[in-house]
Design a protein around this ligand. Structure first.
Ligand code: DGJ
Length: 721
């Protein structure tokens, strides 16, 4: 069981596998002591390192704070590294002396007001509230720590309350900060761009500040709200790794500051660039939640911890553990050029292939025949849909398919009735050009009236047709950022208030329509984060559906996210984004490691391809629980070799996938060693008709006899005997 032990000034959070320890020093400053494998006890007070530390004022009267590993550092008393909290008081001062006031320990995991956050329905986790205060300012800072029972994760967040008499400006409020005693780490981040999301970057820590951030208004495709620190020699299966991720979808920073003494300060939270928040007396600011995974079993251990967290403590609702419908989306088949007849023809063929849901993508509303118009006007285009969404959804349902629909609710086109009626409803700054992205502007979700409009517009469509699934898209970053309703001293709150508004809308819509499966999307994977996952169990990984590119994208994504969250579809070859021609089998094999579907008109397939598609769909149905919810093991990284390989291990079976990018003449057959099997159990490898023990499969491996040609894949199905 997870527990939180308090002995004297020491706080020890632990579960069966990990421990997190800090203690109070001086006049009650929380000093970081340990994050690692479980300890029974730790009798080595940090203050012993400092002679004079017994004196309550020692840390404020000397420059010793700079040498103290801390839990939530501030600025102003000798610690010249970046603090976790940076304020400006009524006199322009920035000194903050936070010291212990009291603490509370409860079972379970409290929700965070207005924000997505991990939860614990079983109540097996323990949560500590550590209340600190700056008595002079009357600022109360509560550090919340949760230790989970079933995954090696600590959740942290912070609330700042102004109990004083004057307003305080918050310029920086990190969700978590940890000082590690040395800097002998490598830093892993996930970076990329549209169509190249979440590439694994790894470099050795150096002196100074390094990390990942976004100031784009979305968590972004450019850099994910995640970083990991790994020890020298850490690989996929061995060695220490500490992963940090943020349960948030907006601007963030995740940084490591290596100081002159070689210590590493790791911090994650809302990006302080272009951010500030005015806190009037009586007001409280809540940060998003940071989740920190510790593993001594390499990156796979870190990913296991995150995957369990996501499945058990982030994703909610009826679909959290349910089978997801195998879908057919018309976007790459038609883009904006469709009518009801064309859609029904595509859907009918999908049904013949065994698919379970038809999704109508962009272009069904207003007079949207291209991307220049109509966002915000969420009424059907009668020319394309003469019987409306109601009629279309009924016809699709009559075929025995579910019906899904695309929205981009946070956006407005200049050419729309909504914009003509409410030109001040978009993010903008007075007398400045309203920069368009994909010919659209971003609605100002920091405003209650805009949120109400968005919620009602989506709800009205969901109520008047039979809609089982919503693809919630968002296709541009925020720029310029500003709100017509906020006073000048609060303009820099806009981006965070936007997220709060958006989360509020999502909370209400998902509660009002609990049977609807929501998939988040943002130009593909521009907002693939734990915040979105709290409302929407799956997310479109990338607009790049090329199987070769997807190997990299899905492999990188899997560092944090399980396959049940990754939207992955088979699309046309040559691929629209890369021009690559990949075999249909490879496209299907890659998409199977995600929420499976198709992005093409199956009517355009040859009979042979269609027959294969029927077989692929049958295969996914037969193994869907394993493919979706089995434990994912990465076997070979496309970031390091030409071979991508992973496997998922479920109840009594496993599916192994290997993709080789380029054919190599005159090469020996490679062997692939498997993972996650039971050593002593026997397994039938169906495709090879071979019976091997878990030990043989994991130590000796399977031969990879790829067919000739580039982008070939192999799939093996293992049945436990
Ligand atoms: C971007 C999405 O990622 C695509 O899948 C598609 O829905 C388009 N938007 C539609 O505009």
């Amino acid at each position: 069981m997870s527990e939180i032990l308090v002995s004297g000034k020491q706080f020890h959070l632990r579960n069966a596998r990990i421990s997190y320890v800090f203690e109070l020093v001086g006049d009650g400053i929380p000093a970081h002591v340990y994050l690692g494998r479980r300890l029974e006890s730790l009798n080595s007070p940090v203050s012993q390192l400092f002679c004079g530390a017994q004196d309550e004022d020692y840390f404020h009267n000397t420059l010793a704070l700079e040498k103290l590993p801390q839990e939530y550092p501030t600025f102003g008393h000798g610690d010249l590294r970046h603090g976790a909290l940076d304020i400006e008081d009524a006199f322009g001062g920035n000194v903050l002396d936070l010291s212990y006031v009291f603490h509370e320990i409860v079972s379970g995991k409290p929700a965070l007001p207005g924000l997505p956050a991990s939860f614990d329905q079983q109540g097996e986790s323990k949560t500590l509230s550590l209340v600190l205060a700056d008595q002079k300012l009357g600022l109360t800072v509560t550090l919340l720590y949760t230790i989970f029972n079933d995954c090696d994760v600590i959740a942290r967040s912070v609330s700042v309350k102004n109990d004083g008499t004057a307003a305080v400006r918050l310029n920086r409020v990190m969700s978590a900060s940890i000082d590690f005693e040395d800097s002998d780490y490598s830093l892993i981040t996930l970076s990329g761009a549209w169509a190249r999301e979440r590439s694994i970057d790894c470099r050795k820590l150096v002196c100074g500040i390094q990390g990942a951030d976004s100031a784009r208004g979305a968590s972004s495709a450019q850099r994910s709200p995640f970083m990991a620190l790994t020890r020298k020699g850490t690989d996929e299966d061995c060695g220490e790794a500490v992963g940090f991720a943020l349960v948030y979808s907006g601007n963030f920073s995740a940084t490591c500051e290596v100081c002159m003494y070689g210590m590493t300060r790791a911090q994650i939270g809302i990006n302080d660039y272009q951010f500030s928040w005015l806190l009037n007396p009586g007001e409280c600011f809540q940060t998003p939640e940071a989740v920190i995974a510790y593993s001594w079993e390499g990156l796979s251990g870190m990913s296991r911890a995150f995957h369990t967290l996501v499945s058990a403590h982030i994703v909610r609702g009826a679909f959290a553990h349910a089978r997801r419908p195998l879908l057919l989306n018309n976007w790459e088949a038609t883009t904006f050029n469709f009518d009801e007849e064309k859609l029904l023809k595509i859907a009918r063929r999908g049904k013949e292939a065994g698919l379970e849901m038809f999704v109508l993508d962009d272009g069904w509303f207003g007079h949207r025949d291209d991307d220049h118009t109509s966002l915000g006007d969420w009424t059907e285009n009668p020319r394309k849909l003469p019987t409306g969404l109601k009629g279309l959804s009924e016809k699709i349902h009559a075929m025995g398919l579910k019906f899904g629909l695309w929205f981009e609710p946070e956006m407005v086109s200049k050419d729309s009735d909504l914009y003509r009626a409410h030109p001040d409803w978009c993010l903008h700054q007075k007398d400045r050009t309203r920069t368009e992205g994909r010919f659209q502007l971003t609605l100002d979700m920091s405003r209650a009236d805009v949120c109400e409009y968005v919620e009602n517009a989506v709800a009205s469509v969901l109520s008047r047709a039979e809609i089982d699934y919503v693809k919630w898209d968002m296709n541009r970053d925020m720029s310029p950022v500003g709100s017509a309703l906020l006073p000048k001293e609060r303009q820099r709150e806009t981006a965070h208030r936007y997220m709060l508004g958006l989360y509020g809308v999502m909370e209400r819509l998902t509660a009002r329509f609990p049977k609807v499966l929501f998939e988040s999307c943002a130009s593909g994977g521009n907002r693939f984060d734990l915040g979105m996952m709290y409302y929407m169990p799956q997310a479109w990984c990338s607009d790049n559906t090329d199987a070769g590119s997807r190997c990299l994208i899905q492999y990188g994504t899997s560092l944090v996210f399980p396959q049940s969250t990754m939207g992955a579809h088979v699309s046309h070859a040559p691929n629209y984004q890369t021009g690559h021609i990949t075999p249909l089998k490879t496209r299907a094999d890659v998409a199977m490691c995600g929420t499976y579907g198709y992005e093409l008109d199956l009517n355009t397939m040859s009979e042979e391809e269609f027959a294969q598609t029927i077989q692929d769909v049958k295969y996914v149905k037969a193994h869907r629980d394993t493919l979706l919810y089995g434990n994912l093991h990465r076997l070979s990284s496309p970031f390091e070799t030409d071979l991508t390989a992973w496997m998922v291990v479920g109840q009594g079976e496993a599916v192994v996938t290997a993709i080789r990018m380029y054919a190599r003449p005159n090469a020996l057959t490679q062997r692939l060693r498997l993972k996650g099997l039971q050593e002593k159990a026997d397994y039938l490898v169906e495709e090879l008709n071979l019976c091997l023990s878990g030990a043989e499969l994991m130590r000796y491996g399977l031969p990879l006899d790829f067919p000739a040609g580039d982008y070939q894949s192999l799939r093996f199905t293992l049945k436990k005997l």
